[in-house]
Write a protein that binds this ligand. Structure first.
Ligand code: 4NP
Length: 155
């Protein structure tokens, strides 16, 4: 079974939304994938997702309220096949932890699933309003569709 780790800064907005969306799609399509999320920072470790991320996901029929934030560790490079990061700051933070080239090659920008090689960010919605969370949801939704399509095609 393939495994996917989503990573953002705090693990309370973008990456838990991605985790919830992909879990939902995997269930809908009967695709078996191991899915988790983490943050590069430790400020919010142990917290549930931001209430705005919870609300936005709920509006789309996805419950992420019980997820708990954690910080990425070196061990995650052994545990996961794909490590998808939200933006350049997160990319740098994750790659800094990589111990070898195999680890580094597992890391890619989430939005490269939709727009290969452009390294487009999923913008940090933390300091903005609800519309930023909806925008993030739409971006992550498209990216997760690509993960599911890949998983189905490689069966
Ligand atoms: P996330 O959003 O990386 O999408 O979870 C953020 C959450 C918290 C902070 C930054 C980004 N923060 O600085 O506390």
């Amino acid at each position: 079974m393939k495994s996917v780790l989503f990573v953002c800064l705090g693990n309370i907005c973008r990456s838990p939304m991605a985790e919830g969306i992909l879990r939902h799609k995997a269930e809908q399509h009967g695709v078996k994938i191991r899915i988790d999320s983490a943050g590069t920072g430790k400020w919010h470790v142990g917290e549930n997702p931001d209430h705005r991320a919870v609300k936005t996901s709920k509006e789309h029929g996805i419950d992420i309220s019980k997820l708990v934030a954690r910080q990425i560790s070196e061990n995650d490079f052994e545990q996961f096949d794909f490590i998808y990061v939200a933006d350049a700051e997160v990319y740098d933070g994750v790659v800094d932890l990589a111990l070898n080239r195999d680890h580094t090659l597992k890391v890619d920008y989430i939005m490269n699933l939709v727009h290969p090689d452009l390294n487009m960010p999923v913008p940090d919605p933390y300091l903005g309003g609800m519309d930023g969370f909806e925008h993030v949801y739409m971006l992550l939704n498209k990216a997760c569709d690509e993960i599911i399509a890949k998983a189905i095609n490689s069966k």
